[in-house]
Structures are given as C-alpha cells and as structure tokens.
Design a binder for this molecule. Structure first.
Ligand SMILES: [Zn+2]
Ligand SMILES: [Zn+2]
Length: 361
C-alpha cells in the first residue's frame, strides 16, 4: 500500500519497480549493473566508477570537492567547470573528458551517462545512468535552495535514486540565506572598529557568501585569505561576478581593514594568520552551525547556518518528488533517512561507502 506522502508526490506518477529483465534465458535482478563498493559506485557493464576514492581507469566525477574528486584516474569524465576545478586543485588534466550538462555520453557496454545540474557548487552534477531500460541517478552532493553561483538542481525522474545524506536528520533545517547574510551585515554595522572574519570553505561556500553579500547591496571591497584567491578567480572566469576582491596580504595597514568583511578558510579562523586583523569578530558559514557545540568548539561568535547540502526537508522532499522505485542512501547520516523511507513505504537501503568526509558543509 502507498503511504499518503507517496500518493501526494508532486504530480509525478508513482514508478513501479521495474519487472525483472529477461536477457536471453537469464533473469536479471533490477539495478544489478550498479554495484556499490566501499571505494565508489561501479558501473559494471562500462567498467567505470562514480566518485571513486582510489585511482581507477575510468571515473565519472560529480563535483570538485576533495572527497569526490581525486587525482590519478586514467580518464576523468566531468563537467567542464569541475575539470577546471580539479586542474586547479589537484593538478589533474590528462585524460579529462568534458561532459556538458544535458549531453548524453555513451560509456560502452550499453550504458549512457548524462550530467545534470545538482545546485551544490559550480560545475556540480547529478549523474543519470541508463542501461537495459533502467534509469539510475546518483545525486552527488546537492541542494535545492537557490544559489547565484551555480546552475539549479534539475529534478529528474528515475527508477533508482542514489542520494547523499550529509544532513540526514530532522534537526537539520537550513534557514533562507538572506537572513544569515543580514546577520553578517548587522554585525558589521554594529562593530565599525573591528573586522568581521568569516570562515568559509574555499570551493563553493566562499563564493556563495560573496555573491549573496553583493545581492544584498554590499559593494565594498571584500578581503580574502590567500587560499581563496585562485578559486574566486576561477568562478569569475566561469561567469560568476564577485565584485571587488583583494588579498588581506595586500592591505596597506591593519587600520584599512576596520569595518571590512574578510573571508578565510575555516582552518585560518584561530591561527596566527588572523592576528594581522583588527579585533576580528569571528563568524563561520556552515550547515553545522545549527549545532551550537560545533560553533563553540571553533570559537565562533557569529554562527551562520549556510549550507550547500540539502537539509532534511529537501532530502525527504526530493525523494518524494522523484518518487523512485528504490532509493540508496549514502555519504552521511543514513539511518534516519532509511527509517523515513520505511515509514513512507519506500524501498531503500544504506550503502557503506568510505572516504567521504564533509569537506564542503
Ligand atoms: Zn561537495
Ligand atoms: Zn561530499
């Protein structure tokens, strides 16, 4: 029987579990051509891997964060922006095969792959795999809330949805970003003699915070830690305008940074580097800032709940909207989402992939 949630799913017809396919005299189980291994998802007939955590002859990479994109593969198929990010961060380049959003690539073995926007960071993709009449989507990391720095998540029907679960607990609700940016601008107005130091990951979060500050009317110079510069430049080269950015190391004096907003990697918040700043108020932009203890541990005075991942509502809402015959859950807190699937009469299982840390919360 279908649960109420499932019956009401966003106008998409419930997809029935595909019938067992008859291949010659063999009867094949659904999705048996997709094999989750601890170090990645194996597309068996094409002998290719999605986001493998060890070097393989052929990899499909969803996006540039370190836990998904690794150096050392023979061939790397990814969006042009992800390939550019990988070249910048890991010096990869050989064997790069660009896949534009929406372009279908024949992988061999009767498998077709299409990269679709995931709304996570610049270049991020869900990967649609089609084989023997079955459609499988691997979301990679994704979010549904708007982000001026990347293409929005493309909701796509499939039979098997392999979803991330980084924030897979009901306690994780990400508020609208405009309110968090307003808090940041208020703190700046209230502390004209200090600077506001914002910890943000160098790939994705930093550029999103800058773009949202610009959208909120903040036109002043934003000062960067040196580790942010190259990635911001790459975003600008891909058409994401970030306004006037300068390096803290190029500031004429400490005084010049009073009243300024400074963006640095989280690791720099409490290290020697920050001593060059005038009485910084420490902020941090992360989905984990929902957990007060995490903010306290890092000495964060101004926690900003800004995440590039789906929150609980987006994770469950997306499964309900896509309404696949089966859901595989990976990369985070699988148990609660697994239980939610059971309660809403959805077929689901948790995968045990290793090596995916939350670099990119
Ligand atoms: Zn990521
Ligand atoms: Zn990730």
């Amino acid at each position: 029987m279908l649960g109420p949630d499932r019956a009401g799913a966003a106008g998409l017809k419930p997809r029935n579990r595909p019938a067992r396919l008859r291949v010659g005299t063999l009867v094949r189980a659904p999705f048996s051509w997709i094999r989750p291994e601890p170090w990645g998802i194996h597309i068996v007939p094409a002998d290719a891997w999605v986001d493998p955590s060890r070097p393989v002859p052929r990899a499909l990479v969803t996006h540039g964060h370190a836990d998904h994109a690794r150096a050392g593969h023979g061939e790397t198929i990814a969006t042009p922006a992800t390939l550019a990010i990988m070249a910048l961060r890991y010096g990869t380049g050989e064997g790069a095969v660009p896949a534009a959003y929406g372009e279908t690539i024949a992988l061999g073995g009767g498998v077709a792959a299409t990269f679709l926007p995931a709304g996570h960071v610049l270049g991020s993709a869900q990967i649609l795999l089609e084989h023997a009449g079955e459609r499988v989507i691997i979301t990679g990391d994704y979010k549904r809330s708007p982000d001026p720095t990347c293409a929005p998540f493309a909701l796509t029907p499939c039979d098997l949805l392999i979803t991330e679960a980084t924030f897979g607990l009901p306690v994780f609700t990400h508020p609208p970003i405009a309110g968090e940016i307003a808090k940041l601008l208020e703190a700046r107005a209230e502390n004209p003699d200090s600077c506001i130091l914002v910890g943000a990951y160098a790939l994705g979060k930093a550029q999103r915070v800058i773009a949202e500050l610009r959208a909120a009317g903040h036109a002043d110079t934003i000062w960067l830690h040196g580790a942010m510069a190259a990635m911001c430049r790459l975003y600008e080269e891909h058409g994401v305008a970030l306004g006037d950015l300068r390096l803290v190391s190029d500031a004429p004096s400490k005084e010049a940074l009073r009243g300024a907003i400074v963006i640095a990697p989280p690791a720099a918040l409490n290290d020697r580097w920050s001593r060059r700043l005038p009485d910084p108020v420490t902020a941090m932009a992360s989905g984990w800032m929902r957990v007060r203890q995490r903010a306290r541990q890092r000495g964060v005075e101004l926690p900003l709940v800004i995440s590039d991942h789906a929150d609980w509502g987006e994770l469950t809402g997306t499964i309900a909207e896509v309404n696949p015959a089966e859901t595989w859950i990976t990369h985070g807190r699988e148990e609660a989402l697994l239980r939610w699937c059971a309660l809403t009469q959805r077929r689901a299982r948790a995968l045990a992939l290793v090596g995916y840390e939350d670099e990119d919360d």
